[in-house]
Write a protein that binds this ligand. Structure first.
Ligand code: 5GP
Length: 223
């Protein structure tokens, strides 16, 4: 599961992550209206609130949440089909939904994408040119609230360079697979060991407060 404030580049990371792999990026269903460049069935499945509630009642979602007055949910069937084949599934979802997934599937891994700094996040949101100053302030405030919840995540990745962030998430996935399989160190390749070391540096663990403070101070280091 990939989460994080808007403007951190989650979408680009997810797209880069699955390219050339067997991993699947789950397509969510939402009641919010499509944006200009968005395509039905690719960005989202767009629906209305009545249909969404019906799907909830039928148990059709793996998880769902209400965000800014609209519903967002992960359709259950495609995710389960993929997992049964032994392939990993990437969900780009927010924290309420991620917490539901974690509860029903404790092996699921939660990665938080951090912008390099508050200043950089402001620039990225302003650079989209889509928001009024009030909305920019609102989004930045929301981002701060989300970052404060970092301790609920397994890993944090700073997106100061897209390629590096994608490699970080790949290392996390590889390391988690190896650890899940309980493979001993002597059976691991040098690439496996490198992934485990790289992922280890990205673990949040007890370090959440320190990461938040260095982000707020504008000197977060790319690990
Ligand atoms: P947006 O409207 O900007 O596409 O998405 C708003 C928020 O909803 C983002 O934080 C995004 O990660 C989250 N989101 C998208 N799809 C889902 C979903 O299926 N479930 C949950 N819980 N959140 C989602």
């Amino acid at each position: 599961m990939i989460s994080g404030p808007s403007g951190t580049g989650k979408g680009a990371i997810c797209a880069g992550l699955i390219a050339g792999t067997k991993m699947m990026l789950s397509v969510s269903m939402t009641t919010r209206p499509p944006r200009e460049h968005e395509e039905e069935g690719k960005s989202y499945y767009f629906t209305d609130k009545a249909c969404f509630r019906e799907a909830v009642a039928e148990g059709g979602f793996f998880e769902y949440a209400e965000v800014y007055g609209e519903y967002y949910g992960t359709p259950k069937a495609p995710v389960l089909a993929q997992l049964e084949k032994g392939n990993d599934v990437i969900l780009e979802i927010e924290m309420q939904g991620a917490a539901q997934v974690k509860q029903s599937m404790p092996d699921a891994v939660l990665v938080f994408i951090l912008p390099p700094s508050q200043e950089e996040l402001r620039k990225r949101i302003e650079g989209r040119g889509a928001d009024t100053p009030e909305r920019i302030a609102l989004r930045l405030g929301q981002a701060e609230g989300e970052i404060e919840q970092l301790e609920r995540y397994d890993y944090s990745v700073v997106n100061d360079d897209l390629g590096g962030a994608i490699r970080d998430v790949h290392a996390i996935i590889r390391a988690e697979r190896l650890m899940g399989a309980g493979r001993g160190a002597k059976f691991m390749s040098p690439e496996d060991m490198a992934a485990i070391r790289r992922a280890g540096r990205l673990r949040v663990g007890q370090g959440a407060r320190k990461i938040i403070e260095s982000y707020q101070a504008g000197n977060i280091k790319k690990q």
